[in-house]
Design a protein around this ligand. Sequence first.
Ligand code: HH2
Length: 275
Amino acid sequence: MTVLPIEELLPRPSVIGVVNATPDSFSDGGRFLAPAAAAARACQLRAEGAVLVDVGGESTRPGAAAVGLDEELARVVPVLELLGGAVPLSIDTSKAEVARRALELGAVLVNDVTALRADPELAGVVAGSGAYLCLMHMLGTPRTMQLGPRYEDVVSEVCAFLEERLELAVSEGVPEERICLDPGIGFGKTVEHNLELLARLDELVALGRPVLVGISRKRFLARILGDEVAIAGSLAASVGAAVFAYERGASIFRVHDVREHVEALTAAHALVGAH
Ligand code: HH2
């Protein structure tokens, strides 16, 4: 099988749009629960310049409850069926069966926030389908991850974890060329942990795989601006942090506001290439 490296699908910088077909996601919960609304949003984000649109049926916001297989399938399958291949898709899931159905319906990337820890079957499904894979770091589970997360050195611990999961994925038959890595901004991290991970992103890039970041609208952006209660960060803070992460070596940006990120990252890319 010819292995097209992930850099060909997602050259640096690439934007992945987010559509949460959930009632409770932190930034867009409930807006795209109806399949027609989610499908229309996916088409809109594609038109705004998203290379892929990441569809998810389970919120991973701090404190979120787990969703059962049937419920997750009922949320995402109708969206993928409605889209009928019209938009290149990624599936945000930790469940092998959801990934299998999504890949059958044309998804090309599996985005697993547990980095293959939640479902022992998932690695085999990805390997057997020739899909791309995103491995993300998370400390604990969404229910527990923000309860006093502690690290000796957050960057080296996240790097060591991702290196170990990369080896595991490759040993299960997923070609390394198809894998990207994600520090999991906001997943078991304080504001300071998130800032340090972004400031030292080059250490993650040095692992040799493209780095995906999900910074968009995350609440640590509101905390930086002095807002102690908001559950979502602003668009301007999201774009500013994304451009910084790009400069530090990030390749792929998972965002809710596609047009603004595409414009900012295109400008940053042109400026970096200009000297
Ligand atoms: N963040 C969220 C969900 N999935 N996947 C990756 N690879 N990286 C991330 O940073 C990431 C992710 C959380 O954002 P969102 O999907 O908007 O919210 P929710 O989990 O509440 O649905």
